[in-house]
Write a protein that binds this ligand. Structure first.
Ligand SMILES: NC(=O)c1ccc[n+]([C@@H]2O[C@H](COP(=O)([O-])OP(=O)(O)OC[C@H]3O[C@@H](n4cnc5c(N)ncnc54)[C@H](O)[C@@H]3O)[C@@H](O)[C@H]2O)c1
Length: 442
């Protein structure tokens, strides 16, 4: 059955969700306050880089099932199912989540709800938020308790957003036990095709659903920082963290995935989500439970400083005047997202210490220029490396993984490379006479 859905916020999460819900056969209206973004989406252009999304967006627009608007009135008239996908960034000046965008959607939308409706939250929010929003919606909506709030956290990974939206590992739905309603039945209708495919549909209370998302991110961040802590020990003990990860990863209880030492995690989710989680635990009086996340964060940030130090060591202790090529700016490959990107953070730190830094990224150049306009941006990997004293590989794009010593040795000033993602074959580079350093490797 086709549902009428509005999706508030058409960023990485919302644009993907809107296009994919239309692909499932629903009628969808994407709503945003950014009219330039809406104009692009209406023209079938994805305003960010996400493999496969443009095809789904275009076919959904052509089918007539997907439209975009900035009008909340139009959205409230059109739909009786609303998804919230606006941002929840870190608050300025502290660790908590800035919920002003989520609150703004509720304050504007709820007074317009005149028919029984369900609002599903998808944004990542601190535990307790959904319950508060549910109360506020019932207060503001002309239909009163016939306007419900449920939470349906999103687990998509940038770079795999379409696949993760249409074929997720699981669907999580949080319901408010104090305000029973139709949310479960409606969610089962929306996701009928996925549920028929056998995707687990997990129903729980609101607080647990909110926590599933933050706990998942906390676990992933911990796994990355664990292997990066092992990298620190390996560096001190002259051992090899990649070999160690292969060996411990063979144990099914541990698993090899996400055990890749490197310059650490970044992006618009993990860093701010673990901080918001610590902040919320503090408010709840459970801060001791999450003090380990502060260490997870510290280990992660230390990797960035370590990379700066390794670069300094590689240019005989003087960054001043050194020429450094940085390959990669996005926080991970197959994305143009540079929010809290380790690559750009490292490039910026090295430049501040007097080096001349030339950056190349296959997709994230425009976004990088906006937040780090003073770095030099090259047209290609080869151009970035031309004249370099040292090359840093900081995002593991396939294009960089495929680079061979012969591609670069005629353009660099010195044959030195630091593999910040342990994504190159160390032996190939060393055999070709390069000084190669990986993270946590001999
Ligand atoms: N990006 C991801 O991979 C991902 C994955 C899972 C969960 N999430 C969560 O999803 C949420 C959104 O993340 P994102 O990466 O898509 O953010 P984003 O910044 O790309 O998109 C947010 C969008 O919301 C719009 N917006 C802001 N205020 C609005 C309002 N009042 N009404 C309508 N639109 C408004 C903005 O203009 C922007 O287009 C966050 O809570 C994030 O933690 C993101």
């Amino acid at each position: 059955m086709s549902c009428r859905i509005a999706v508030f916020g058409t960023g990485y999460l919302g644009a993907t969700h809107a296009a994919c819900m239309a692909a499932l056969g629903h009628e969808v209206l994407g709503v945003d306050v950014d009219v330039a973004k809406l104009a692009k989406l209406e023209a079938g252009e994805v305003p960010f880089f996400e493999p496969g999304l443009e095809g789904v967006l275009k076919s959904s627009l052509e089918s007539g099932r997907l439209r975009f608007t900035s009008s909340y009135e139009e959205a409230a008239d059109f739909a009786d199912i609303h998804f919230i996908g606006v941002g929840t960034p870190q608050r300025r000046g502290d660790f908590g989540a800035d919920l002003s965008h989520v609150d703004a959607v509720i304050e504007k939308l709820a007074p317009l709800i005149r028919k029984p409706s369900v609002i599903f939250g998808k944004s990542t929010v601190p535990v307790g938020t959904a319950r508060r929003l549910g109360r506020r919606v019932r207060e503001l909506a002309p239909v009163g308790e016939h306007a419900e709030v449920a939470w349906n956290p999103e687990f998509l990974r940038e770079g795999f957003a379409v696949q993760d939206t249409l074929h997720p590992d699981r669907l999580v739905l949080g319901l408010d036990p104090s305000a029973p309603g139709r949310a479960e039945e409606v969610a089962r209708e929306i996701y009928a095709k996925l549920i028929d495919e056998g995707i687990p549909f997990l129903v729980m209370d609101l607080a647990t659903a909110e926590l599933v998302k933050t706990a998942a991110n906390a676990f992933l961040a911990t796994k990355i920082s664990f292997i990066n802590a092992m990298a620190e020990v390996c560096e001190a003990a002259d051992a090899d963290v990649a070999v160690l990860a292969d060996a411990i990863g063979r144990d099914e209880r541990i698993g090899r995935r996400f055990l890749k030492a490197g310059v650490g995690f970044g992006g618009g989710c993990l860093p701010k989500d673990i901080r918001a989680f610590m902040s919320r635990a503090g408010e709840l009086g459970a801060d001791q439970a999450l003090t380990f996340l502060r260490e997870v964060d510290n280990i992660n940030m230390r990797r960035r400083s370590r990379m700066v130090e390794m670069t300094r060591e590689f240019v005989e202790g003087r960054l001043l005047g050194a020429r450094v090529a940085v390959l990669g700016a996005a926080f991970k490959p197959d994305s143009d997202d540079v929010r809290d990107s380790p690559a750009l953070n490292i490039a910026g730190q090295i430049q501040l210490q007097g080096a001349s830094v030339s950056v190349f990224d296959p997709k994230a150049m425009e976004n990088s220029k906006k937040i780090f306009p003073t770095l030099t941006y090259a047209e290609s990997a080869i151009a970035a490396c031309t004249g370099a004293d040292v090359i840093l590989v900081l995002t593991e794009w396939a294009e960089f993984r495929k680079l061979l010593p012969g591609d670069l040795e005629d353009v660099v000033r010195r044959t030195k490379i630091i593999d910040g993602r342990n994504c190159l074959d160390a032996r190939t580079w060393r055999d070709a006479g390069w000084d190669y350093w990986g993270m946590g490797r001999r």
